[in-house]
Every structure is written in structure tokens, then in C-alpha cells.
Design a protein around this ligand. Sequence first.
Ligand SMILES: [Zn+2]
Length: 405
Amino acid sequence: MERRLHAAGLRTRRQPFGYPRTDFVRDTVEQIRPQRREVTHFPGHGLAASPDGGHIGELVVPRDPFGDAADSWEGIDARAKVALLQLRPNTLRGARQERRTGCHTGGGPLGHQRIAEDQTAMARRALVHARAAGVSAVLFYLDQFDFLIGLFFEAPGDTGLPPAAVVHSSAATALRQDMDAGGATVRVDLELQERQVDTFNVLTVPPDITAPRHLFGAHLDSVPAGPGIDDNASGSALLLDLALSPIARAGRPAQFCWWGGEEDGMRGSRHFVATEPLEPVRGYFNTDMVAAPNYVISVYGDGPQRHYTDHLAAIGRPWLEGPVDGMSDQVPFLDAGIPVAGIDTVNSAPARLKDDHEAAVFGGVAGQPFDPQYHAPGDTLTDISSTALGICTTASHAALRATTR
Ligand SMILES: [Zn+2]
């Protein structure tokens, strides 16, 4: 890609950056007695790892449901057992709610809402008491809530605390019923590792870096699960096509940015926004997933998206409106107050099922995801729509023309 750009006379530079990434080395919570079942869970970050093969233990509860008092475990033999603990509701007003990060739907460790800081402090206290009581692992739940919330502790300070995970309230209820009826045994096998990732953005270098310009960007990374052709070789290729086009150099300058680390939380675009002078940046155009096999054409933005929609209207193509703060590289620019726009083929929700109306307007299959191979090994060259890629590409050229005129 850089060779192609250089051959066309464009200058590029790599902008290096790094960040810590949490990888799931081992991640299992299952009940094994009196019945075997998987327990949906979210592992706590920054805590100890389970021993090799996991820890098998009897389920145990403290005297109070929370286990965060000095006498919570008094008179209870909890040694080598797995504690089931209720998280206290958040008591801080205006609890900080982390925006979901990562591409589109989350799903990894970053895809969950963090618990509030006071809850983290209470959970830490509960873990300290559990460790003192000899507990080997902890399952937390939030009463009445069947969603998974993120437990983020501070490594290395908290790595002496027992491994823990958050489970659904309904799963906790079922476990508790089995325990009360004669005992329940669970296996907990958790290990999260933080690894340093060193990567880079690829940026074209405009002739005058201080001149006002629009940015066009796409993320170059993909998830480890698959080759990432729709997500996001498609957007990266579209961007290359734009950068190599004669219009890109005929009028006012544009800058083209291939981001690294998007799937880990828009790391590359965040790094750019945090470190580069933004005064000359008049707007940012994002392309992420522009070739979904069961596509719709979707446009989002807080103003500049008219450059896409003017073109689509002129050629009589339908489009949907997408959320401007969907999870991709426009978000750091949006947060920095820069006008943003983007085009995609999944309405910022690749796993969403196409509805009847969308199938009537765009074709494809109702009741199926826009991209059934999203973040999967099947996201290959044989499973993309070149029609959708063509529509997004011509609309992007129209936006480039409009902004460099
Ligand atoms: Zn993506």
C-alpha cells in the first residue's frame, strides 16, 4: 500500500504508538454439579489467574450477600471454595459510564460497561475479605440485572486478589438454588494477560501540513478471529482508491489516514487526535465496513455527510441514516469537536438483522445479519458485495471532490 502511494508520488509517514491490550488466555466458568452448564460471565481484569486447568470448588456464600464486611465470613468454612457475592448497587451520583469502545458492537473486554468506582472499591473490599477467608475464586452478580458489567482492577496492585467474574443475576439465582438444595460445584478458569501492542498509523503527508484540509480515514487492522476483508480491508482499499485519484491532488489538499488499533478501542485515531495539530482539520470522513454481503447503504455524520447524500440523491440511490457516535474512528474526532461523516454498509451495527423494509429497499435477505461473517473467519474475499463497495466508493469520491474543490 505504501509502495503504491509512493509510486504515485505521494509522501507518507508512519506514526508509531503503543497501548496495553488485555488478552483472554483462559476464560471458563461452568457449573459441574449437580448439573453441567456454562455460566455466561465477564472476567475481572487485573486480578490473579486461576491455577492451570482452573479451580474446582464448592459454591459458598457469606453471612450477608455482599461479603464486604469484616465479619462477612465469620463461622463459615470458605477455604478453597468459590464465593457467590452480590455487588452493591452504585451509590455515587452520576456514575461514570464508559462509552463502549471497539468496532461497532463491542463483545470483547472493552465492550462492557464498567462498574462505577465506588462499586469497584466495594468489590475490592469483598475480594480482600474473601481471600482472608481462603476463597479460591469469586462470582459477582448485580441483583436483578442480567447484563455483564466490567470489573477493572489495578494490576499489579490487585493481582494478589482471587480471580473473579461477573455473572447474570438469573445464573446466580440458579446456582444459589442448587447450592441450597444440596450443594453446587463450579469450575472457574480465568487468566487475562496484559500485553503491550506496538503499531502505527500510515498517513499521507500533505504538501503544506498547516493548510486547511479534510481527513479521510479507515482502519487497517482487523480482529485476530478472521482476515477482516469487509472489516476493514474494504474501507482501507476504498481509501487507497481515493488517495490515488487525480482529484485528491488537483484541488485543495486532503489527508489520508490508515489507522492501527481500531479494534482495540480506536487507538490509532485517538492517538492522532491527541498528538497532531487539529487546527487545520476541517472535517473527517470515515470508511469502515463498506462491502457487507447483505448490505444496506448507511450514512452518518453531524454535517459533512451531505457530501455523500447529495451524490446518492443525485444518482437515485437510497440510504439509511446511521448513528454519528457508532463505534469507529470518527468518534475521537467527534469528541474533539471536528465535523465528521462516514459511510458504511451495516448501519453501524454489522450483526443486526436486516428487516423487511430494508430488504425491499436494498435487496438481500431479511432476517439475516448485514454481515453474517462479522469478526469471524469467514470475513473473506468471497463473502463481500462488490456492488456495495462500488456505491460507497463513488459516494466517497463525490465527498472528496466536494471538499477539495
Ligand atoms: Zn471495523
